[in-house]
Design a protein around this ligand. Sequence first.
Ligand code: GLP
Length: 264
Amino acid sequence: MQIVILKDATEVAEYGANLFVNQLQKKPASVLGLATGSTPVALYQNLIARNHAGDISFANAISFNLDEYLGLDGDHPQSYRYFMNQQLFNHIDIDINNTHVPPGNAADPIVACEVYEQQIAQAGGIDIQLLGIGRNGHIGFNEPSSGLTSRTRVKTLTKATIEDNARFFAEDEYQPHLSITMGIGTILDAKKVVLLATGENKAQAIKATVEGPLTAACPASVLQMHRNAVIVIDEAASSQLADVDFYKHIEAENQKLLARLARK
Ligand code: GLP
């Protein structure tokens, strides 16, 4: 894992956005894995700005989102489809038909999960997958105890996740307890994985992800098995890590190497 520790959320978003910019510049027809939650919003704003500036185009890109609430239509304001349209898709030159979010209103969700896996495979697999992280270490909606080779499926949310996400729902509004989520195996198949985390309340999950054992008790710890995973965090989210100086040293050396290679 590459551990990148930056000053604050703004730097985290910028660093993460640059990874997507590089990917799209290298391969305009990239398959992008996207995420919801509050953490990626600033990264999406960066990408919108870079799109408007003409640095990147999404015209040939295809996207797949990690997850969706089961039981919400795409036009429900709390659905992840609605979120993605509002936060990113409506502001960039992507063809909306090339954007995929698991269908929360599927008549047969089990079949819909299989179809989602097939669509990813038909697109050639995900080139770069963006992840946030739950306080309990979940990725997508793969809660603790999720199978480490699981595929896209229906998952029940933990009480903690329901409480964390309750802030987005009105008090008397129906809040789903089920989701469709890419599996951990689906995420591991992405060629590159970029996990962003900011703030003190993610510090424990980041500690377990980076320095804890590989365990289904912290689904994000599976990234220790990925050949190309980048963990981009701010100082606050790194506050429980034992080896901060070591990670910063490695990243400084990485950057020196990249600068040297760029000069050649
Ligand atoms: C939800 C999403 C996750 C996301 C998590 C953290 O549960 N399913 O993909 O990583 O929230 O969200 P936030 O970035 O708002 O802390």
